[in-house]
Design a binder for this molecule. Structure first.
Ligand SMILES: Cc1ncc(COP(=O)(O)O)c(C=O)c1O
Ligand SMILES: N[C@@H](CCSC[C@H](N)C(=O)O)C(=O)O
Length: 453
């Protein structure tokens, strides 16, 4: 574009975005600030796989990749606060706005907000609470969520009820006019229990219309489930996981339909300064574009692994398996089973040896990455839940969580088979091998469990 001024016909298009821009550049171009940070709808709604990659930015140079506005401040046209869209990156940044508008489309929401981590997102949401408010949540929850809620109950005057959210009636039993927030995960991390979002949202809103139903959708991502369409008021996700997909950033995303609620959440983000940085916004936008292909491959691999383990006698928790006690409920809400599964061996030491014998499967917390991971939640991601509470909530200490990546499925099966044999987790016979602790089913487990508060 250097050299000659833009043709007359393109001037209107270039100037149709952004603020009045009077100065000409060194080559005489009358250009708008670059770029208008939106991914506007052009009147059509495409399939989700298309929306993931389709963005428009009206960048003055038609950059295919939205620029990173690595700037803390933005110059203003007057001393009286000229009404420019941006003044300071804590309050707003074009790269972040571009990402937020893109995510809102993908999450079927009116507004999306991005912050520095998934826990940051939950922190912003819980700042809607006042001392004396009550929160109803599950008895199987990500450890960090449990930790933040515990802190609020010991330091913030919030009453937290942990109930078995797989049964909507247990939620009905505790919801009351002080219930300000109902916090759900489905599938839960790490027990892969399914929670009936529409039934719970309807119960909660009937009992207390001001109560906010918030769903942590990290395990499935917007590709597979849209809690706002199922009756939730807020959906949030750790962008560290599937949305970004490469374990190269931390991020949290909050999406809402209600404008007033969006303003309250934005107030906290601006006031506390947890908005996602320009560079991480750019990285997350890049990651989101490949969410569809990554998740399709990860799910296919997860299904293969789940069937492999089950066929060898392990008790596997995965909503892609018909043996999952809430298989129908899951598929009534979701478009896929995700790529996180867990299984038990019956012996914590055997589980430790399996995890340590795996080579392709990295011993790591987190999930949603293109690489496959193996972990022991009670020792790792959920270690912040004390042992007594874990026992009360029927969290098996031997549980192994597999977060399946995009590698070749047979390489993953081979590596896991070798780890199972090396760890002494299986009986080897002339027909193959079978789990030593084989026998118990998920249904038997579910009937022997007791919910905790
Ligand atoms: C279900 C779930 N929600 C929220 C979080 C928090 O996300 P982040 O690590 O990005 O803070 C995690 C994991 O960390 C998680 O597993
Ligand atoms: N040490 C961290 C553990 C993070 S766990 C990350 C992820 N949600 C998972 O489930 O693996 C902490 O204390 O938060």
């Amino acid at each position: 574009m250097s050299g000659s001024p833009p043709p007359e016909s393109s001037k209107g298009k270039l100037n149709g975005v952004g603020k009045a821009f009077t100065a000409h550049d060194i080559d005489g171009h009358d250009l708008p600030p670059s770029p208008a940070p939106s991914t506007p709808r052009n009147g059509r709604k495409y399939a989700l796989m298309t929306e993931l990659v389709y963005t428009e930015s009206n960048d003055q140079y038609n950059a295919s990749s939205v620029p990173i506005y690595q700037s803390a401040t933005f110059k203003q046209n007057s001393a009286t606060g000229g009404g420019e869209e941006y003044d300071y990156t804590r309050s707003g940044n074009p790269t972040r706005t571009h990402l937020e508008r893109h995510l809102a489309k993908i999450m079927n929401a009116n507004r999306a907000l991005v912050v520095s981590s998934g826990m940051g997102a939950l922190d912003v949401i819980t700042r809607l609470l006042r001392p004396g408010d009550e929160v109803v949540t599950g008895d199987d929850l990500y450890g960090g969520t449990n930790r933040l809620l515990k802190y609020l109950s010991t330091h913030g005057g919030i009453i937290v009820h942990h109930v078995d959210t797989t049964n909507p009636e247990t939620v009905r039993a505790v919801v009351n006019n002080k219930t300000a927030l109902v916090l759900l995960e489905t599938p839960t991390n790490p027990l892969i229990k399914i929670v009936d979002i529409p039934s719970i949202a309807s119960i909660v809103h009937n009992v207390n219309p001001t109560s906010i139903v918030s769903v942590d959708n990290t395990m499935l991502s917007p590709l597979l489930q849209n809690p706002l369409d199922l009756g939730a008021d807020i959906v949030y996700e750790s962008g560290t996981k599937y949305l970004s997909g490469h374990h190269d950033l931390m991020a949290g995303v909050i999406a809402i339909n209600d404008a007033a609620l969006g303003e309250k959440l934005f107030f906290t983000i601006n006031a506390s300064g947890c908005g996602l940085s320009p560079f991480d916004s750019w990285l997350l936008l890049r990651g989101v574009k490949t969410l569809g292909v990554r998740m399709e491959k990860q799910q296919a691999n997860a299904q293969r692994i789940a069937e492999f383990l089950e066929s060898h006698g392990f008790k596997v928790r995965y909503p892609g398996l018909k043996s999952h006690p809430q298989y129908d409920l899951h598929w009534s809400m979701a478009r896929g089973a995700g790529a996180v599964l867990s299984f038990e061996t019956g012996d914590v030491h055997v589980s430790e040896r399996i995890v340590e014998s795996a080579r392709l499967w990295a011993i790591s917390v987190s999930f949603g990455c293109v690489n496959s991971l193996i972990s022991m939640p009670c020792r790792m991601s959920h270690a912040s839940i004390d042992e007594k509470t874990r026992r009360e909530r029927n969290m098996p200490e031997d549980i192994i969580r597999l977060c399946v990546g995009i590698e070749d499925a047979e390489d993953l099966v081979d590596d896991l088979s070798r780890a199972l044999v090396q760890a002494g987790a299986v009986n080897i016979t002339t027909d193959g091998f079978r789990a030593l602790g084989a026998g118990r089913t998920l249904d038997e487990d579910a009937s022997s469990s007791t919910p905790s508060e």
